[in-house]
Design a protein around this ligand. Structure first.
Ligand code: HEM
Length: 316
């Protein structure tokens, strides 16, 4: 049964997207020359009021690209009996959709029907990284927006409980390598996680261990402190790394200390190749920034859409 699900999910993933070679850096130069500054302003505005926005936008772009390619399928609202991706389990904590709405509204005023929601999100994710002190890069553009969004397909998102083999499979199904996996996991330098994403590691881990043995014991103790057993406050959780609004390489340093938050983070030490990259990025901010940019461009080039949506929440 598990193998049937695995085969079905790869067919689903492969048939739904292609690595887009049709994207270009100067795509809107003639049709909407101010597109990038309009988006950058909307992001900057939102970030000045809410410091959780950059992490949210970066994760939003990743979650969009992993289902049907970067086609803004994640931005569509559920309608009638169709439950959209947005309302699938891995996406319930994805937020700040309003930032894309406000950028898109401005874009529609200046150049109606020209800039896709998928490009808007790809650019906003880059701006979010820059505003957090991370690297900048030129984003290839020309993505189209999809017309299909199904919550059921979010089952193919990687889980925080994944081991290295499962992570490798999930990334390679989308044309991404082990190098991409390590570099992009560095996105966990930003943001916040709810207890539900790591609670299985800190209590009743398995028959022999109460706590995941790959987790540093004092780190586990502090996480148990923020995630009490009984009074389960829904919003309880912790920052992804101690400098969670700054894009830096602390995430990799934490993993080397056994302080990766998710199994999927800590699992990067369980393979010699990925372990070497974690050490490299922990030792060199520059190496991480370079690799992150490369892999972001690769992930963000998985295309899949058909139209330029007018409103990012509904198909035309
Ligand atoms: C490798 C597989 C990955 C897994 C299993 C994973 C899983 C998760 C989980 C469980 C959360 C916490 C959700 C919550 O409790 O609210 C999270 C947060 C986050 N993830 Fe990932 N993630 C992965 C890769 C990525 C990638 C590739 C990026 C971006 C390049 C990314 C960016 C983020 C960010 C920025 C947050 C914080 C979101 C916020 O504060 O709103 N993740 N991830």
């Amino acid at each position: 049964m598990a193998s049937i699900v695995a085969i079905l999910s790869s067919v689903l993933i492969f048939s739904a997207f292609s690595l887009g070679s049709s994207l270009s850096l100067n795509y809107y130069d003639k049709t909407c020359p101010h597109a990038e500054s309009i988006i950058a302003n909307a992001v900057k505005n939102a970030v000045s009021k809410d410091k959780t926005v950059p992490a949210a936008l970066l994760r939003m772009h990743f979650h969009d690209c992993f289902i049907r390619g970067c086609d803004a399928s994640l931005l569509l609202n559920s309608k009638g009996s169709n439950k959209a991706e947005k309302d699938g389990p891995p996406n319930v904590s994805v937020h700040a959709f309003y930032v894309i709405d406000s950028a898109k509204k401005e874009l529609e005023t200046w150049c109606p029907g020209v800039v896709s929601c998928a490009d808007t999100l790809a650019l906003a994710a880059r701006d979010a990284v820059v505003l957090s002190g991370g690297p900048s890069w030129d984003v290839p553009k020309g993505r189209k927006d999809g017309r299909t969004s199904k919550a059921s397909e979010t089952i193919t998102m990687p889980s925080p409980a994944f081991n290295i083999a499962q992570l490798q499979q999930s990334f390679s199904q989308r044309g991404l390598s082990m190098d991409d996996l390590v570099a992009l996991s560095g996105g966990h330098t930003l943001g916040f996680s709810h207890c539900s994403s790591f609670q299985s590691r800190i209590r009743n881990f398995n028959a022999t261990h109460d706590i995941d043995p790959s987790m540093h014991s004092s780190f586990a103790a502090s996480l148990r402190g923020v995630c009490p057993i009984k009074n389960k406050p829904k919003n309880a959780g912790t920052t992804m790394d101690p400098s969670s609004t700054t894009f830096d390489n602390t995430y990799f340093k934490m993993i080397l200390q056994g302080k990766g938050l998710f199994s999927s983070d800590q699992a990067l030490l369980s393979n010699p190749k990925t372990k070497e990259l974690v050490s490299k990025f922990a030792g060199s901010q520059e190496a991480f920034r370079k690799a992150f940019v490369n892999s972001m461009i690769k992930m963000s080039s998985i295309t899949g859409g058909q139209e330029i949506r007018k409103d990012c929440r509904v198909v035309n």
